[in-house]
Design a protein around this ligand. Sequence first.
Ligand SMILES: [Zn+2]
Length: 117
Amino acid sequence: MEKVSSKRLIVNLEEYVVEVAQEKANIMFKGDLDCYINWLICSNNKHEIKKKVKLIDEVLEAKKPQSIPDTVKTAMYNNECDFCKEPIYQGEEICQAEGYEHYIHKKCCKKESKTNF
Ligand SMILES: [Zn+2]
């Protein structure tokens, strides 16, 4: 899957606020303050975030290539997916897709719509 881009944001917070946030980040996210802030904003804006994520998913889905019928198989070797550039691990479902020379993740192809049958 294409990674969702992240953006560097500089904010000014009171020192005691940062201390509390860091303590929480230590407990909840092994000290990762980025994860804590991200979680905080997401949990406070569930509806809006859900809409954004849905939109991102739709855009990604539209970019996916069409799989070539009857080419789905299980990966025998570890490889790399030409669509998402992530590793293909042995045992994952792969298939051939329009516009791609090599096998890619099955999950990186458009979901087969039932109207195709
Ligand atoms: Zn892939």
